[in-house]
Design a protein around this ligand. Sequence first.
Ligand SMILES: Nc1ncnc2c1ncn2[C@@H]1O[C@H](COP(=O)(O)OP(=O)(O)OP(=O)(O)O)[C@@H](O)[C@H]1O
Length: 248
Amino acid sequence: MTATGTLLYMERVSVSFDGFKALNDLSLAVAPGEMRAIIGPNGAGKTTMMDVITGKTRPDTGFVLFDEVHDLKGMDEAAIANLGIGRKFQKPTVFESQSVEDNFVLALQGERGVWPNLFGRPRAREAERIEELLALTRLAPHRDTLAGSLSHGQKQWLEIGMLLAQDPKLLLVDEPAAGMTDAETAETAELLKRIATTHSVIVVEHDMTFIRALGVRVTVLHEGSVLAEGSLDHVSANERVIEIYLGR
Ligand SMILES: Nc1ncnc2c1ncn2[C@@H]1O[C@H](COP(=O)(O)OP(=O)(O)OP(=O)(O)O)[C@@H](O)[C@H]1O
């Protein structure tokens, strides 16, 4: 593998916790404009991998390069976020007492504080971006609804939209379908597919119906390394993948 032409490039990354290797020589490359699904049994290292990319955990060894030139290993979480890496954690964290639209206003104007945001008139470009985000997330009919009154699925879509307000080059999404109804899960797959037309996305998920709906390249992690990679059909036919999933 080489870093040329990649947006994210990890080479032989290892992370140990008290001698236990959560990541063990992990190598992974994601291309610009690619959506990649990461699967693997509990404890495979999926969360640790996301923590390394976002600077929450420092690798003991290996390279992590963003956009070919930025060495993420030496950067803190804020600097990595500023490079254009956004992360959506499993639990939604929206401003429950604000409307959907005002959540987008706050996300767009993040650093400037709440008062000018909510009481000043949004400028033309901001108003346009809000309409785009409402359309993308299909939340336009709920623009005046308080975020706290949304369904679990709608809150997740709102938060994903809020992350996009910062226009990250790479969006990391952690188990978006957890706790969702089947209809919400299908809608979430469609949302990520729309997002992936203009952003790179890495999504960690256990729900195979959701992974199939995404229709993207899948990386299977096991014991901190890549066990298999390819289409869902390709990795599902792999003997070792079948063994670890069926516990044989
Ligand atoms: N801070 C930590 N200290 C000690 N061990 C840790 C720490 N973080 C993770 N681990 C261990 O590292 C291994 C990998 O954990 P990780 O959370 O990355 O797996 P995962 O694939 O995300 O699992 P899950 O699907 O259950 O979320 C696990 O055995 C876990 O117990």
